[in-house]
Design a protein around this ligand. Sequence first.
Ligand code: ADP
Ligand code: TRP
Length: 322
Amino acid sequence: MRVLSGIQPTGRPHWGNYFGAIRQYIDLQYEAEEAFYFIANLHALTTVRDGSRLRQWTLDVVLDLLALGLEPDQATLFVQSDVPEVSELCWLLMTGAPMGLLERCHAYKDKKARGLSADAGIFNYPVLMAADILAYDADTVPVGEDQGQHIEVCRDLAASFNHHFGETFVMPKAKILDASARVPGTDGEKMSKSYGNTLAVFEDPAVLRKQIMRITTDSRPMDQPKPPETDHLFQLYSLFADEGAREEMAATYRQGGFGYGEVKKRLAEVAVAYFDEPRRRRKELESQPDLIRRILADGAAKARAKAAEVLARAKRACGVGL
Ligand code: ADP
Ligand code: TRP
């Protein structure tokens, strides 16, 4: 299994990003023969139009991933723009990408439907993503459900290129991340940056406690038993609690006679403890810019070597260069 995925540097990770995606990437680094993870700064440029912010967020994601357990000798970690071969490959793929196919892709389509003007970056977003994947001969691409369509586009473009010019690209498959890992936000809706209901992984513990105390709850009387499964506070608690603690909390819910304030206090305790070690590691990493630079340079060198090999193969196949 050759695993590859990209993460856009569009802000600090929240619990949804961690349990829904990052943790699963980190687990895969041990299962895969090879794993490539990169910070998709060229994709982020389609929405983040502030240079210093994009630079900062790119570095932030690197620190976040390392602090959360990504190991550079298990997985190749690099920044997308450090591999220019991908942009060249993107052009080769673009020449064979049907307009109709790209017009059906949701990021572009949604923008048009809302009457907003779209740029060529959004339109070609799926082609750059296809280049990202094909450049490393990746066969397995873990992504959230919303990205499934883009992997289909990648497969279409690869199949069409292979059909025209002979077997060149490895056909990748999406590995759609566990949908049951959908994390609710502080208002009970899906946790998302765009809803302003997030709890950040690296939040300061005192701030986090306050945010947890403000999680919305229903107004049923305290002594009334409540089904735990449908309660978002319980769902959040379950992310951190082990089997025994979860069962104990579930029993308390079913019995009734408890206050949500108590549950929130417990949640704050377990969540702060859970991210304690990553928080400490992140602080340490922040003070080692040379180490970070070296990790990214090593990652980029490895990634470039592979991408250059695939690009040469593709150029040979389609007759670009003599
Ligand atoms: P946001 O919705 O906050 O903008 P992104 O779209 O950047 O988050 O998501 C990045 C990754 O995190 C995706 O793979 C997505 O599937 C996952 N993810 C985001 N929010 C959640 C959530 N609430 N529960 C589970 N996974 C999530
Ligand atoms: N578009 C992806 C997202 O928003 C990020 C991404 C860029 C990516 N290139 C990729 C994911 C290649 C998988 C493979 O989540």
